[in-house]
Design a protein around this ligand. Sequence first.
Ligand code: NAD
Ligand code: LMR
Length: 343
Amino acid sequence: DLSKSGVPRRLRAAKRVIVAQAGAGRYKVAILGAAGGVGQMLSLLVKMSPLVSALHLYDIANVEGVAADISHCNTPAEVAGFTGKDELAGSLSGADVVVIATGVPRKPGMTRDDLFGINAGIVKELVEAVADHAPGALVHIISNPVNSTVPVAAEALKQKGAYDARKVFGVTTLDVVRANAFVAARKGLPLADVDVPVVGGHSGTTILPLLSKARPKAPFTDEEVEELTARIQNAGTEVVEAKAGAGSATLSMAYAAARFVEASLRGLDGDGDVYECAYVQSQVVPELPFFASRVKLGKDGVEEEVGSELRGISEYEARALEALKPELKASIDKGVAYVQQQQ
Ligand code: NAD
Ligand code: LMR
């Protein structure tokens, strides 16, 4: 009874168990903004991970109740709540992964960039604390506008002499999750099999799903490509409008962020086969120092930018890639300039 790789299934199962035991409950995850819409649900999902031994929940208010509530789940991770700036250092101490889900969400009529004025400063302040209290941690940035907050974080860490490009991520997993869901529904494919790489950035037309590289291979008409691409690019706004002033995606975001945390922990744990799309410091497109594409996750974060999915893309995708460059570059420059101007 051989699996696709030719390894007997029973042996593969046994190996998985050993790997799971080796990594069982070894990692400390800190979630900043844990009392928020994304943060609460993400905290619950991360509490369910067998790889997590300690879960630190930080927010400026209302976090103790969240921590008490989640701590009653009978899964191994020990939960602790940290409230207010005085407790930020304690929340970060020893963290392997720090997730930043703080700041304000959009309301109808707003762009993600409209959040820059508030969220950039919060992200800067928090990554400076990460440099001091959790050097070496992987930093997952959810706070919008991701296209700019990641360059803000990178530049702030550089100023502190604590930047490791392999360890700073903009979380774009929700774009992949949406692309997979919409493509599976449209093409009648089994959900579990669908994998659509999404590259570029995380805002409007900078979100570029590569339907030509979707797995399993499926034929798309030009009309399907246009409709699916537009739906994936506008999916955040679809939720913002449906919530009608009560915020943006929280539940699907938490699901996506939990997937990215788990993938990162598996990478730290030595699993040699972990790939996710993420917005990172990049060499894939020379004009864009930050870019989302598929990366290999390993013991020190990004082990390799795969980049190959950009080879042989369709003409439609190649045009969309050209078209997104000026906006993404401007968002990157805005983030870098914000930090440099404050020096
Ligand atoms: P929310 O308002 O429900 O929660 C934000 C939390 O951040 C609040 O609990 C608030 O107290 C906390 N906070 C604010 N300033 C803080 C600080 N200085 N330190 C610590 N905590 C602080 O918002 P939300 O719906 O959870 O969204 C959070 C962020 O995530 C927004 O910027 C939103 O745009 C972004 N988001 C990104 C994606 C993505 O795909 N990357 C998806 C969904 C939401
Ligand atoms: C999303 O894609 O849902 C998030 O970036 C939140 C938003 O503002 O759309």
